[in-house]
Design a protein around this ligand. Sequence first.
Ligand code: MN
Length: 292
Amino acid sequence: MRICRFDDERLGIVEGDEVRDVTEVIEHLPAVRYPLPRTDPLIAHLPRLRPLIEARMAHAPRRRLAELRLLSPVANPGKVVAAPVNYLKHLEEARADAGLHHNAKVEEIRKIGLFLKASSSVVGASEGVAIRLPERRNDHEVELAAIIGTKADRVPVERALDHVAGYCIGLDMTVRGPEERSLRKSVDSFTVLGPWMVTADACPPPVDWDLSLTVGSEARQSANTRDLVLSVAELIAFASAFYTLHPGDVILTGTPDGVGPVKPGDTIAATVQHVGTMTVAIREASGPGASF
Ligand code: MN
């Protein structure tokens, strides 16, 4: 099942170039009140909602996918976990380019572990990326993103994928500079998730998936998840050794080589096998200027 969120917080199921609008089923989510749970309610309750979605499908209004404004498939991720340099070729690339590493030592993921991106940086494909610091280099990173479906606390590698609700494409956008990764990658709109979530039962394990990215007509990144240093299962086990993963948490699994700059006016097309392609426009942020 391919689940999307679109327009004014609507819920849809993607079928080819159409979307069935099943927003009604959201009414079946339990009401939440303060203090809010550390989960995304839709992802947490998806197993219970799926029969309701399936029952609704036959009568659901059809919409043309191309006309919809796609939002992040996860509305409220509690945390966005990300993997630094998790493809060996990207590690070599990062070490070779001073513009990437800013004289900080680029270490292998097993030594430095994972980092967190602010959940406020999450947007959907149609919302686009807004550059706040246009005088700096702003880079794209295409990644496979795993969405946690059930609580995962110190899970072994061999059980880790059981905790995944589904997958989507992630863009881990980055402002280059000397600051901590977490800050430079947490700019508003710098985590693009989409274009929808493919549920884990609708795809093979993510061990041999192609992923690629173009900017305009220029091919920039092309790789396969078989070349991940830590596999998706290993990343989940690693992360859950330190902190509990909750439904709706997102794991960005790392970018392959070929990262490069984008500027306002560019259009990114990011593709992940078994998920699809998302098109993301880059613009300059409106509002007050910021420069640091
Ligand atoms: Mn990344």
